[in-house]
Design a protein around this ligand. Structure first.
Ligand code: NAG
Ligand code: NAG
Ligand code: NAG
Length: 168
């Protein structure tokens, strides 16, 4: 829904809560995103409209701003988080590199477009443990355990004298 006069926003805004505002149709975002711990996560969100964009703003589950792009300025408090496109506002996708388990949660991508009610989309990020990195821990433990068991059996048999005879 677009407003050509600032007063129309005051009249139409309450209606937006009742009837769904068409403006948010112009925001394309992935609803659910999965990524592996330590790898890269891309949270996609873009505006497909013809109006001038004032700002693109991302918030995390604790409602903190994690990325914001307004008139030529980027606000990026976390060094792991960057906008995918440089100085482009229509594509406001962000990248988290490296992504961590604690990043799991719901994010909001918000567009403030001239003459329109601010629009938002929620994106859920699910960070999973990389199964190959799990094997890197499990395999050495199993191998060490096996070697210790073999050493234990050999030692036991040696003590009992079975092997001592065999070695003579
Ligand atoms: C963007 O808008 C154009 C024109 O309204 C439409 O043809 C196109 O399908 C839209 N793209 C997306 C990704 O919604
Ligand atoms: C949300 O972002 C703020 C600012 O970057 C950060 O300090 C905080 O830990 C984040 N919260 C969560 C739950 O990710
Ligand atoms: C925005 O950028 C991302 C990452 O490069 C890309 O995957 C996505 O298709 C782009 N979206 C649009 C609407 O161009």
């Amino acid at each position: 829904m677009e407003f050509h006069h600032p007063w129309s926003a005051i009249i139409v805004l309450p209606l937006c809560g009742i009837l769904l505002c068409r403006g948010s149709d112009l925001i394309t975002a992935d609803k659910d995103v999965s990524a592996f711990d330590g790898k890269t996560a891309v949270l996609k969100c873009s505006y497909n409209g013809s109006r001038e964009i004032n700002s693109v703003k991302w918030t995390n589950k604790s409602s903190n701003v994690i990325a914001e792009r307004s008139r030529g300025d980027d606000f990026l408090p976390d060094s792991r988080i960057k906008f995918v496109e440089s100085s482009e506002k229509t594509n406001g996708s962000i990248i988290i590199d490296p992504v961590r388990m604690r990043d799991t949660g719901t994010y909001t991508c918000g567009y403030d477009v001239q003459g329109q009610v601010p629009m938002e989309k929620a994106i859920t990020l699910n960070v999973k443990q990389d199964s190959t990195s799990l094997w890197k821990i499990v395999i050495p433990i199993v191998v060490i355990g096996l070697l210790l068991s073999i050493a234990g059996i050999v030692f036991f048999l040696y003590k009992k004298g079975h092997l001592r005879k065999a070695f003579r």
